[in-house]
Write a new protein. Sequence first.
Length: 129
Amino acid sequence: MEKENSNRTRRVSLRFTTQEYTLIEKRWKAGTCRKLSDYIRKHLFNKPITTNYRNVSLDDFMHEMIRLRTELNSLGNNFNQSVKKLHTLNQIPEFKAWILTAGIEQKVLLDKVEEIKKNLLKISEKWLQ
């Protein structure tokens, strides 16, 4: 790219109205060109311009799903810590039954959390295509 730019010694200056510039900027940002000058150059020389179309309505949904995934991870971690702490109380007979029950519930909870995380990953991969 540096070699290509080295031959560009001529400048062209243009003036746009606010509406014109806003339209150009909107189209440039919807494309894959990193620089506005690259976008304008491609447009002037009829080179193909790749644009990205994204369903913006899913942004809020994805933000909420990311928040839920983080919350699920936190719940699983908290539950693990609680059960680990209870295992240290193994000497007290009343806690033995609860520890066994909690271990079974922990397995069920973590399986469900893992299932939800896999589904969220599938949805996010499909959305990000």
